[in-house]
Design a protein. Structure first.
Length: 264
């Protein structure tokens, strides 16, 4: 049975992804922090296994380096679980949105059978890439902090730019040295899809700006919109706190001025 995109099987798999992560949350909810950390750390193993399996299985390591956003995310995840870093946690809240996008628009593996190891690795890697940061947030392992927006955007931009640079370097190297893959075809890479789109949404932006690398930057309004919604409660709270402190300081200043006048 083919996985497909927005087929009955695909939609059911998306529902299952939600149920899996919700179930994990409720299992961990009443457990101690050490137990929660161990379980989440074990779940990060799916992403690491996927990276290693692809590097070994296809005998074409240049095509399966961990330079996609989801594989970079998989490498970062154990560090996040162990350190519970606020900066990495807030970065993960953006990157898990990318993993959700990859799971919904699954064009890269949509034509494969659902029992194919490629699909299973892809599916569970993305399911836990989405779930682990949200579960950690819900379990209060880190806090949402709007002050991390800048670092989140900068790290993402650097990773995107680095992936594009590696695309150019690797493709030039394979062309000059005539490096072929397991099918005997010239190895070409498109990490983080900076060179060309692979689904309808990417194609929409590519049609607006048909320039490799630059077209991906058109996703920025979507990213900013997502971050605005994500941090809206914290931003509103900070604005209210700032206004409250401003009026409090103003009253204190007025009180001390009047006190000095009274003393005189």
């Amino acid at each position: 049975m083919v996985w497909g995109t927005f087929s009955v099987v695909h939609i059911l798999s998306l529902i299952l992804a939600v149920l899996i992560n919700v179930a994990i949350y409720f299992v961990l909810k009443r457990r101690g922090r050490a137990f929660q950390t161990v379980v989440l750390l074990l779940l990060t193993g799916f992403g690491l296994f996927d990276i290693i399996w692809n590097l070994v299985k296809w005998n074409s390591p240049l095509e399966y380096l961990p330079l996609h956003l989801c594989t970079m995310f998989a490498l970062m995840m154990p560090i996040l679980v162990l350190t519970k870093s606020e900066m990495l946690g807030n970065l993960a809240l953006l990157w898990c949105f990318g993993s959700c996008f990859a799971l919904v628009f699954n064009g890269a593996v949509a034509s494969a059978e659902i029992t194919d190891p490629v699909v299973l690795c892809y599916y569970f890697t993305h399911v836990f890439d989405i779930g682990i940061p949200l579960i950690m947030l819900k379990l209060k392992m880190f806090k949402k902090n709007p002050r991390c927006i800048f670092s989140t955007l900068m790290i993402t931009f650097i990773c995107y730019s680095f992936a594009h640079l590696m695309n150019l370097v690797i493709n030039h190297y394979t062309l000059v040295n005539e490096i072929v893959d397991w099918k005997g075809e010239l190895v070409t890479v498109n990490y983080m899809y900076t060179l060309a789109p692979i689904n309808s949404l990417m194609e929409f932006f590519y049609n607006l700006c048909p320039i490799p690398y630059l077209y991906g930057l058109l996703f920025m309004p979507i990213i900013l919109g997502y971050l605005a919604v994500l941090y809206l409660p914290q931003i509103v709270k900070e604005i209210k706190e700032s206004i409250r402190h401003y009026h409090l300081n103003k009253r204190r200043k007025y009180f001390f001025i009047n006190r000095k006048v009274f003393v005189k």
